[in-house]
Design a protein around this ligand. Sequence first.
Ligand code: ADP
Length: 507
Amino acid sequence: MASYLLGIDVSTTGSKAVLIDANGRVVRTATNPHPLHTPRPAWSEQDPADWWRASAASIRTVLQTSGVSPDQIAGVGLTGQMHGLVLLDAEGRVLRPAILWNDQRTAAECAEITETVGAEQVLRITGNPVLPGFTAPKIIWVRLREPEVFRQTAKFLLPKDYVRYRLTGAFVSDVSDASGTSLFDVGARNWSDEMLQALGIPREWVPEVTESPEVSARVSAEGARETGLLEGTPVVSGAGDNAAAAVGTGIVRPGRVLLSLGTSGVLFAPLDAYRPEPQGRLHAFCHAVPGQWHLMGVMLSAAGSLQWYHDALAEDVPFDQLVAEAGTVPPGAEGLFFLPYLSGERTPYPDPDARGAFIGLSLRHRRPHLTRAVLEGVAFGLRDSLDLMTALGLEIRRVRAAGGGTRSPVWRQILADVLNTELATTDATEGAAYGAALLAGVGAGVFASVQDAAEIAVKEVDCVQPGPDAGLYAVAHAQYRSLYPALAPEFRKIARLAESQAAATQA
Ligand code: ADP
């Protein structure tokens, strides 16, 4: 009997189901959206019931439209947005809306946790500083601001793990997703009793954790009724969205790096040992591959910078034409630089006040120069993250790129030149959900290992070599690197100025 595998991605915009066959070919996909709520500025919440409804609907659709019968599904894998906090009472009822990864309400709680535990200790145990997006500061926020909710809490779950709970009845997470909670001993691949005790979070609240390809639970009678899956179908632990996307593009061993060039940009590098960046400038998390960790750099406005530039200055020009024009001017855009910090930055400068800038404008510059500067500025910012990785001793032989920005051959060549590595693209287009389906295949015994799954399923379709401009870009990158430090104090002053101007306008 043919084996099929199902991956579910519970993202911020919607829940996607991807059905693949045992060779990794995509048979069907379906996505159902869920609403985002911002009850106050800087708050970001979703209703976990919406995730479940959308996930169940997407599963039903791929089953019904593919002609694949439920008894042919060998396994299900889950992935999704990381860091989100779902609080449940002793009966498994959701106590308040989930607080998401991009919610910014917890700056004070982050400072409190860092002071209580000690910055060095936090970095040593969890691999990262405590960031407002992470889960632990959200729990502390609830303890302080919603004590009644805190009193009733019996469990907390991450977004994809809530969908697992509804599908199987089990409270389970995986090592990659748990790495983003600030409560996880990333080196030991288990919950940190030290962090839990220091923050007064009971051990009984945390879900069991397993490695990503392990079978975590089986579809319950109720889960089967709501999705059309067969009761007893194995569900693997799965992974956070970036780790699953890395599996889905074959980034499953040290030496290869994933570049996701979407609205935000992510560089993801597997490691065979736990090696956090000494100052916490890169994330250090468990990978979805057993025995591997990864380093990750995040640029907040990557292809998002090009999108902004297009919308603000060249709305009527199709993207393909706009980017092709950039190919008509020389590398370096005749002395023009662009800083891509349009919404602040994460890596390598964790600075919410940083802003975008064109620097070096002259009368010679025309639209193609500006476009080229945007493409180059994003590439330089990504090179900064890559340099943090190589400074830790990582040997990076090849970058695989995915996401909307890689559609442009001009941008792909600029990236290969600036990063000074081969830059490949793959045939895998379904992202994290596809990686989750591959993990399901490992748990179900369809593939021997995560590496085998990636080998069988993911093929490179194109590869760009660094060209003759790489030397020129090395020099230009050195100039680029001196711009942020020079401007950072001014960005801080400008942010305060903008706040006072906004207050004066409102008054
Ligand atoms: P996300 O899912 O993170 O929103 P996508 O991976 O869908 O992002 O990529 C969207 C981005 O792709 C847009 O921000 C846009 O700048 C970029 N983009 C769209 N078309 C092109 C193109 N032809 N060449 C290069 N970049 C493009």
